[in-house]
Design a protein around this ligand. Structure first.
Ligand code: NAD
Ligand code: ISE
Length: 334
């Protein structure tokens, strides 16, 4: 029987997930949809044969909905995740799990009280083939112990509501999660450097930024966050180990020779760059929900990422190095 999913938020990724759940992944259908932009949500509901609801809460409560996908704006995630837990329904929440560690803690506590892991966070880079290969190289000891990581996260242009704080809480949160997953370690300190601001930056946005993280064993990480780089979507990661290095491949694209130049396309945004990872994470989520036991990034992972991004925000505001304290992981999440 098909898993019946309710989707809250029909913006860029919400619509893409609805398409994916309808046309790409088998054994699932989108049964209900809501968005504060009712006009767009109704159009998408009609297109995909789902029922439109006025509020996210109604989608969560709907009897024809088995599980929830949250793809609304970051500050709305926590309330919908907690409502889903109260309703006893599995919930896939786009990153970040919440916009503060305190809200994530409430989610973790609600899940533990409910006694069952219901929450998965959309940290899809864990499903990207390149990151997966880097993880295998590290775990097989092929480059010795990791010492330094150099990372780049560039977006072509920022969204209309993008703020200085969101460079980290909305964007670098991907690196915060995937590097912790790659290295199997939490972070110890954070610092944020503010280079000269791009003259193309608008609305007071401080961009680019450089995030410096230190893991508990002393591995040093630098992450360039540049959300207004103009030329395309560019994600890079290099791990320097004791005996070698490993680097994330660029996406496979044809190389063109034309007009006196050799070139290949750089994707405009995350939707194409990580399409296989989004497919894989939701395919695994659907199967896991049907089996009754999740396998992907947990609410605890979302919480740890937010503790770290809160520390980065504090480091940026104060201009100092900030210590990061991660509580012991409860047995519930081990
Ligand atoms: P978007 O602005 O295109 O869409 C967000 C939608 O949420 C809008 O249609 C808006 O009307 C709706 N919305 C806002 N508040 C709502 C509420 N209270 N209830 C219902 N709907 C509400 O943004 P987007 O790029 O689609 O991002 C959506 C979420 O997905 C964000 O949390 C973002 O961080 C995340 N995201 C993740 C990835 C990824 O790589 N995993 C990529 C893009 C976006
Ligand atoms: C967006 O919300 C995403 O999650 C993308 O993966 C990321 O690259 C982008 O910076 C975010 O705004």
């Amino acid at each position: 029987m098909d898993l019946r999913v309710g989707v809250i938020g029909t913006g860029a990724i919400g619509e893409d997930h609805i398409r994916r759940l309808t046309n790409v992944i088998t054994g699932v259908k989108v049964a209900a949809i809501s968005d504060i932009n009712a006009v767009k949500a109704k159009r998408i509901a009609d297109k995909f044969g789902a029922k439109f609801y006025n509020t996210g809460e109604e989608v969560i409560e709907a009897p024809e909905v088995d599980a929830i996908v949250i793809a609304s704006w970051d500050p709305t995630h926590a309330q919908y995740v907690i409502e889903s837990i109260k309703a006893g329904k599995f919930v896939f929440c786009e990153k970040p799990l919440a916009t503060s560690a305190d809200d994530c803690k409430r989610i973790v506590q609600a899940e533990i009280v409910g006694g069952k892991q219901l929450v998965q966070v959309g940290f899809m880079r864990r499903y990207d083939r390149g990151y997966g290969q880097i993880k295998s190289v590290i775990e097989n000891g092929e480059i010795g112990a990791p010492l330094i990581l150099h990372c780049v996260h560039r977006n072509r242009i920022p969204g209309p509501k993008h703020t200085t704080e969101m460079n980290i809480k909305n964007s670098v949160i991907h690196e915060i999660d995937v590097l912790r997953w790659l290295l199997g370690e939490d972070y110890k300190t954070a610092q944020v450097l503010m280079p000269k601001c791009s003259s193309l930056s608008e609305n007071g946005l401080q961009d680019p930024q450089i995030v410096l993280l230190e893991t508990q064993s002393g591995i040093r990480i630098d992450i360039e966050s540049f959300v207004n780089c103009q030329y395309g979507y560019d994600v890079q990661c290099e791990v320097v180990g004791e005996t070698g290095t490993v680097r994330l491949p660029d996406p496979a694209n044809v190389v063109m020779r034309s007009s006196g130049a050799r070139s290949y396309e750089i994707f405009p945004d995350w939707m194409d760059r990580f399409v296989e990872a989004y497919d894989a994470e939701l395919r695994q989520w659907v199967d896991a929900v049907k089996e009754g036991a999740l396998k992907g990034p947990t609410a605890w992972d979302g919480y740890v990422a937010c503790i770290t991004s809160d520390a980065c925000s504090e480091a940026r505001e104060k201009g100092t190095i900030v210590s990061i304290f991660i509580p012991e992981c409860p047995a519930f999440y081990k």
